[in-house]
Design a protein around this ligand. Structure first.
Ligand SMILES: [Zn+2]
Length: 128
């Protein structure tokens, strides 16, 4: 991946998440920081999709399998969290933007039931 592509991706990540003040506050909270560090440690800094292990936890992103914006109730559910490398997180986020339908929790309850770690992994491996 070129430096330009990487910068571009960082920017779209910024736009998607940092512009949402509620999500922003959550991702900066101490409870999330602790949970995120725990998930990375329990995963031995290994990406759940490609299986690559990193020496620095900062190279990995703790991701919500059922996305935060689809079901906020699962935001600190350990079973809903996995740790991904930046590349696979990019593709997982792409999958989210295809499946995610609206800001309404009611409309997204059905959508939330479709999120499954194995399905997400299969999709990313087929598309990345
Ligand atoms: Zn990976």
């Amino acid at each position: 991946m070129s430096a330009y592509t990487r910068r571009h991706r960082d920017q779209s990540y910024y736009n998607k998440y940092k512009r949402d003040p509620i999500a922003n506050a959550f991702y900066q909270s101490q409870v999330w920081e602790h949970m995120s560090a725990r998930v990375k440690a329990e995963s031995y800094n290994t990406c759940a999709i490609c299986g690559h292990t990193y020496d620095q936890p900062g190279k990995l992103i703790t991701d919500h399998i059922v996305p935060l914006r689809v079901d906020k109730r699962k935001r600190l559910d350990r079973d809903n969290l996995w740790c991904l490398c930046q590349e696979d997180h990019y593709w997982k986020t792409k999958l989210e933007s295809q499946v995610y339908q609206s800001e309404s929790l009611i409309e997204n309850l059905d959508t939330a039931k479709r999120w499954d770690a194995n399905e997400c992994k299969k999709w990313v491996l087929e598309h990345s």
